[in-house]
Design a protein around this ligand. Structure first.
Ligand SMILES: Nc1ncnc2c1ncn2[C@@H]1O[C@H](COP(=O)(O)OP(=O)(O)O)[C@@H](O)[C@H]1O
Ligand SMILES: [Mg+2]
Length: 199
């Protein structure tokens, strides 16, 4: 069974029916924290259904110029919630569709896959989407903005970064294949080289 989303704009609500109890538990765990950058949890059935506040906005992929510093702040906030050694809560599915923009504010949604992992995993995965969309000049700016914003508040481990990249690229590529995503930007390989250069 696939996850079902029912949007009720009149009621300002979104019903999300998760396709597994595990997914539901993960979503609930984050929404119960009442974070300022996630939709408000209105109700849940204790099994698989969540009722969330509807964010009347758009995905960051549809913005002409997303504010990557502000978006990185969301990732920083999520990562700062809990730690397990060097690991933290990672969103894991950093598809731009899981980042919304409404009235000058950015939101994170879809916590069905979060895991305790090294923070580098989210940053690399997030950047891979933009590496497949933007030309190299634009991607370099995004890369610097994300990394510099993150580093101002939290550490990035360069060794972890280097070691994790191949595995995350492989996850990224196999998912894109599975969901038949449109062709990537011709600069994708150049961008992935830029992505490797963390200091
Ligand atoms: N609270 C919300 N407010 C506005 N739109 C939402 C909300 N929750 C989900 N959506 C929309 O529905 C899409 C799918 O929801 P999501 O929770 O990401 O489920 P999944 O990706 O697992 O199908 C999102 O990309 C977004 O466009
Ligand atoms: Mg999603």
């Amino acid at each position: 069974m696939k996850t079902e989303i029912i949007i009720n704009k009149e009621k300002n609500q979104v019903i999300k029916i998760c396709n597994s109890p595990k997914m539901f538990k993960k979503e609930l765990y984050i929404y119960k924290k009442k974070l300022p950058y996630t939709p408000r949890l209105i109700d849940n059935d204790g099994k698989n259904t969540l009722i969330l506040e509807y964010i009347d906005g758009i995905s960051i992929i549809d913005l002409v110029q997303p504010d990557f510093a502000k978006i990185t702040e969301l990732i920083i906030n999520l990562h700062s919630l809990e730690s397990k050694g060097d690991k933290c809560i990672c969103h894991y599915d950093n598809n731009p569709k899981n980042y919304l923009y409404s009235n000058g504010k950015y939101y994170m949604i879809d916590f069905s896959e979060w895991v305790y992992d090294y923070p580098e995993t989210d940053l690399i995965h997030f950047l891979l989407f933009w590496a497949s969309l933007y030309d190299s000049d634009k991607f370099k700016i995004v890369f610097d903005q994300v990394i510099n914003t993150y580093k101002a508040k939290r550490m990035i481990n360069p060794l972890e970064w280097e070691l994790m990249i191949p595995e995350i690229i492989s996850r990224f590529d196999s998912r894109r294949k599975k969901y038949g995503k449109k062709q990537a930007h011709p600069d994708i390989l150049k961008n992935r080289e830029i992505l490797k250069n963390i200091i």
